[in-house]
Design a protein around this ligand. Sequence first.
Ligand SMILES: Cc1cc2nc3c(=O)[nH]c(=O)nc-3n(C[C@H](O)[C@H](O)[C@H](O)COP(=O)(O)OP(=O)(O)OC[C@H]3O[C@@H](n4cnc5c(N)ncnc54)[C@H](O)[C@@H]3O)c2cc1C
Length: 424
Amino acid sequence: MPDPLNDIYYLASAGAYRANAPLTGDTKADICIIGGGFTGLSAAVACAEAGLDVVLLEGEQIGFAASGRNGGQMIPGFNMAAADLIKLVGEDVGRQLYLLAMSARDRVHARIERHDIDCDLRQGHIHLAAKKSDFAHFKDEVTFSDRLLGAGEAVLVAPTDIGQYVGVSGYHGGVYVPKGGHLHPLKYARGLKRAAKSAGARIFEGSRAVSIIEGEKVVVRTISGSVTASNVFLACDAETADLAPKAGRYTMPVLNYIIATEPLSDDCARALIPSNAAVSDSRFVLNYFRLSADNRLLFAGGEKYTPKPPVDIAAFVRPYMLKLFPQLADVRIDYAWGGTVGITVNRLPHIGRDGNKLFAHGYSGQGVLLTTLVGELLADLLKGDSRNFDLFQKIPHRAFPGGKLLRTPTYVAGMLYSAMMDRL
Ligand SMILES: Cc1cc2nc3c(=O)[nH]c(=O)nc-3n(C[C@H](O)[C@H](O)[C@H](O)COP(=O)(O)OP(=O)(O)OC[C@H]3O[C@@H](n4cnc5c(N)ncnc54)[C@H](O)[C@@H]3O)c2cc1C
């Protein structure tokens, strides 16, 4: 029986693909990167461009996990308001982290342009306020953005103006970021792979790392080979705990689901999202949606915290879409899939190093942009400039309570409580 998680629109629309051969035998490298999603791939490009000898091991295929199945929404910044970030890490570090996070969008644009990656890039992201109090926070966020980045980088959208951007009702205003946007994530991942290969990185697919032996040099083993390297970079996001239980305690894998409608007429598509922006809302269990290049609505919504996916993902997500867009009642759903989001307790990514073992995971639903930044900061670190990479180590993180077995039930209880409070 086919896996309900893998009926992925992106796989069907990214074109033919030839995977690289698995690693066989023993090899050496300056850095061994484990994971071929956006984090690992952008690190591979940046490190190879910096002249390092790079080996990347991907257990499945490039873009197999979150990077090849996400919403494609380019949401600038962190999944935390600037004011809260500053409260958490202080004014100076908070501002530096904010500016770094905001630089991610320019870095992604630069990569796409430099490597000529055809990934259906579109400009604009709008975040909608589900509650009046959320809109008040948006105002603070825009004031902060104006001060640090200049006017126009984030634009407050009054409740009466929402219709210019999205054809929905029931929201209390929004914030529009012209430099946000959306892309076809699997095409972007494959474009990064091409760029990394042409910069000299050696990429092995079907090559799951099964163990890491630590030492002055690290030895990473797969079932058919090994890599001895000066450094190892764990870019496995939701699967980090399998290889690095200590770092893995800081993220929780949570399943999230997306549907893609049949292609819509131009008029219908334009009525749904006149701005063609990526759209998300401020609900605890958020809705996020956008149009694809062939005019499908890609919609994610709903809550389910159990580790098992719904039997029928389309039937599970569709009611949330119809609540916002009842006019789509007769529209066919062509694809429905799911993927695992790595989230942290405070929703900021967990990035750091333990000797020559480096890691980055837990982007908490905002990895499309931040991952490219992190890959580039890793290359800076290995070239001797650790300032920006190490800034992330100033973020205080808490491990999820409960150890491996109890982590999920504890988390489910917490999420259900928050979702219920949100509805009340
Ligand atoms: C359904 C969904 C929707 C999302 N929507 C958005 C969105 O709209 N916007 C946004 O910004 N973010 C979104 N995200 C989050 C975003 O996709 C992730 O933050 C980002 O892709 C993480 O990239 P990564 O490279 O760190 O991890 P991944 O893409 O998960 O890559 C990790 C890779 O490591 C490999 N791997 C794991 N263990 C091993 C091992 N032992 N050996 C070898 N390889 C291994 C896996 O096979 C995988 O390919 C979404 C995520 C999901 C699941």
